[in-house]
Design a protein around this ligand. Structure first.
Ligand code: SAM
Ligand code: SF4
Length: 367
């Protein structure tokens, strides 16, 4: 068989937030030799972590321009460089063949991708997929919620950083808060149980609203997770030191009682319960609580790069394999298996707010 070793990505493309770097794998001391699926056919990385969760970005495009995620003037990828929906499905199927059971569809904004429902229906139908979930900014949800539910999406995460219309416009630069609020209501009306709100905490913006957001979640039977801002991408906006989960918790404890919860949704959030409510409050704390030891996920970007770690630059280009190998998935699966060998032990955000270690934006990798 010809050698189809995946090509490490060392592309330089300032338009897209990718940059050439001698450290495409940023911390070589953390990289162990290549590995293979374990005896049960599941993906295991060099540190013994089982990979069962794929986050699949189906577009880098978005109808918002959140200030922590992308610049106001962003140039998106030429369409030819973006995975087609059929290619997205083939990638997902290869992962499922290798034991992945949970798929999160993300972006960019996944609901701006033409024919997204076509893809979702097929992802949900892949034998072995137990959980198909989606992360959205909610702006298109009013229109899509019933179709998502019908397609087999189990759960919806909706990003919402503020309940104030003007502030929403400032954070997202173009967004309309009302549309998102209607989207949340539509998701619940369509039968999604306990949609989860994702809130990026910003010292210079929404720190004074965290308790209002929890109250909003309680009143509407939603879950909510607070996320420490990650220094992904070299942004116009100067990043402030991230508002840490423990600081947020101290603010929130003035308003609510929190009981620790052992619950997990299979992600990095640590959850708390507020007595007398059904709301779970989570904290995703890449800075203050490193969750890499239990990481079970990898990401595939909209241009088909497999990123074993969000917080490191190591990647494997799947697109050439997809386009060279349209008949069977052997080389694709082999590339995925080999990529487990470059999954770093942990993310590498450090404290480099001005010069981020990871130069691609979250919208590129898929949040
Ligand atoms: N457009 C969808 C949305 O906003 O939910 C899906 C993609 S977005 C990249 C996924 C998640 O990443 C969102 O919850 C967003 O708030 C989060 N995110 C984006 N940039 C981030 C950053 N620099 N640090 C932390 N979270 C970030
Ligand atoms: Fe778009 Fe989501 Fe990034 Fe906001 S966080 S700009 S909604 S991709």
């Amino acid at each position: 068989m010809r050698d189809e070793s995946p090509t490490p990505l060392i592309a330089s493309d300032s338009r897209t937030g990718f940059s050439a770097s001698s450290s495409s794998i940023s911390s070589s001391s953390q990289i162990a030799p290549l590995t293979a699926p374990d005896a049960n056919g599941t993906l295991v990385d060099s540190f013994g972590r089982h990979i069962t969760y794929l986050r699949l970005s189906i577009t880098d495009r978005c109808d918002l321009r959140c200030c922590y995620c992308m610049d106001e003037k962003t140039t998106f990828l030429p369409r030819a460089q973006v995975l087609t929906l059929e290619e997205c499905l083939r990638v997902a199927a290869a992962f499922v063949d290798l034991g992945v059971t949970k798929i999160r569809v993300t972006g960019g904004e996944p609901l701006v991708r033409h024919n997204v429902v076509w893809l979702l229906e097929r992802l949900a139908a892949l034998p072995g997929v137990r959980e198909l979930v989606i992360t959205t900014n909610g702006s298109q949800l009013e229109r899509f919620a019933p179709a998502l539910r019908k397609a087999g999406v189990k759960r919806v995460n909706i990003s919402l950083d503020t309940l104030r219309a003007e502030r929403f416009r400032t954070i997202t630069r173009v967004g309309d808060l009302d549309k998102v609020l209607r989207g949340i209501a539509a998701a619940q009306a369509a039968g999604f149980r306990r949609p989860k709100i994702n809130t990026v905490m910003m010292r210079d913006s929404n720190f004074d609203e965290l308790s209002d957001l929890v109250r909003f979640a309680i009143d509407r039977n939603l879950d909510i997770s607070f996320i420490e801002e990650m220094p992904l991408g070299d942004m116009e906006r100067a990043r402030q030191s991230p508002l840490r989960s423990d600081e947020a918790m101290a603010l929130l404890q003035k308003h609510f009682i929190f009981l620790p919860s052992a619950e997990s949704t299979g992600g990095p959030a640590r959850y708390w319960r507020i007595p007398g409510t059904s709301t779970r409050v989570g904290f995703i704390s890449p800075h203050s609580h490193n969750f890499c030891g239990s990481c079970n996920r990898v990401r595939v970007s909209s241009r088909g790069e497999l990123f074993p770690c969000l917080g490191n630059s190591g990647a494997v280009a799947l697109l050439p394999l997809l386009r060279a190998d349209s008949t069977d998935g052997t080389s694709l699966r082999a590339a995925i298996v080999r990529a487990m060998g470059i999954k770093a032990k942990g993310h590498d955000f450090g404290h480099q707010l001005d010069a981020p270690q990871v130069l691609r934006f979250m919208s590129m990798t898929g949040g």
